[in-house]
Design a protein around this ligand. Structure first.
Ligand code: AKG
Ligand code: FE2
Length: 318
């Protein structure tokens, strides 16, 4: 089997640039996932983020998780559950407006480190969008502009812990889904594994690797690239031993951004019979909220049906 694509971003600066761009292209076309090393985010900062996230879990989240498990009887289930995930999470929003100051239980040093980490991730996300543009033959800045809408992109981090699970065959850490948004940057535990992606009908482990950032593509990039790149199903398997930490940062379009296939990527003969819809991102998110753990195709179909009843084009004045 082919190896999971690992991209050394340092090579983008030297004579291996073309080969590295080729690797990114291949990963986007065939995996929807890739793992970045030498991505420019300092290993010391990542170590701080990890240390503080694990400490915060112990101090503020673990007890709450155990009480939830007890209350719902999750440790005693006898058959597979498809409506619950074995995870403990909280969400930090960075853009358009940060909510870090409003999240209870975070100490000031953790807030400061997370802000710094988010700034670096935002920069990396935008750099990656331009690499994608280059590979797709789109003008530099195209994806960033599409995501901008009128208030800039939406960007946030889901901080998760997947505690040891006594029944991993019956409860998933996180059920299979594709991500709704744009580009996702994941800082995952380097010791406890669990993330898997679906490739050619097989679940494949995303290998833990110290100080790497795992990238995957969301539904919006599938629409904008007219299916040249696809969002890929993934899930987290809970482990019987060890607590897995992950920080998934979602760089998404702004709520009023208009999403549709880039005209350069639509073949002439496809124009009448477009595969993908045109919609406002927040409408997609409203739909996704209820159907996250289902296939994306019906979501695209529902947006198409909406498109035929709403005119998203310029308003005719004559
Ligand atoms: O925790 C992970 O590794 C993945 C999380 C994820 O896929 C998500 O939150 O959408
Ligand atoms: Fe996801």
């Amino acid at each position: 089997m082919e190896n999971f694509p690992v991209v050394d971003m340092k090579k983008l600066d030297g004579e291996e640039r073309a080969a590295t761009m080729g690797l990114i292209k291949e990963a986007c076309e065939n995996w929807g996932f890739l793992e970045l090393v030498n991505h420019g985010i300092s290993p010391e900062l990542m170590d701080e983020v990890e240390r503080m996230t694990k400490e915060h879990y112990k101090q503020c989240m673990e007890q709450r998780f155990k009480e939830m498990v007890e209350k719902k009887g999750l440790d005693k289930v006898e058959s597979e559950l498809d409506d619950v995930d074995w995870e403990s999470t909280f969400f930090l929003r960075h853009l358009p407006v940060s909510n870090i100051a409003d999240i209870p239980d975070l100490d000031d040093s953790y807030r400061k480190v997370m802000k710094e980490f988010a700034k670096d991730l935002e920069k990396l996300a935008e750099e990656l969008l331009d690499l994608l543009c280059e590979n797709l033959g789109l003008e530099k800045g195209y994806l960033k502009r599409v995501f901008y809408g009128s208030n800039g992109p939406t960007f946030g981090t889901k901080v998760s812990n997947y505690p040891p699970c006594p029944k991993p065959e019956l409860i998933k850490g996180l059920r299979a889904h594709t991500d709704a948004g744009g580009i996702i940057l994941l800082f995952q535990d380097d010791k406890v594994s669990g993330l898997q992606l679906l490739k050619d009908d097989q679940w494949i482990d995303v290998p833990p690797m110290k100080h790497s950032i795992v990238i995957n593509l969301g539904d919006q990039l599938e629409v904008i690239t007219n299916g040249k790149y696809k969002s890929v199903m993934h899930r987290v398997i809970a482990q019987p031993d060890g607590n897995r930490m992950s920080l998934a940062s979602f760089y998404n379009p702004g709520s009023d951004a208009l999403i549709y296939p880039a005209p350069e990527l639509v073949e002439k003969e496809e124009e009448k019979n477009q595969l993908y819809p045109k919609f406002v991102f927040e409408d997609y998110m409203k739909l996704y909220a209820g159907f996250k753990f289902q296939a994306k195709e019906p979501r695209f179909e529902a947006m198409k049906a909406m498109e035929s009843t709403v005119n998203l084009g310029p308003i005719a004045t004559v």
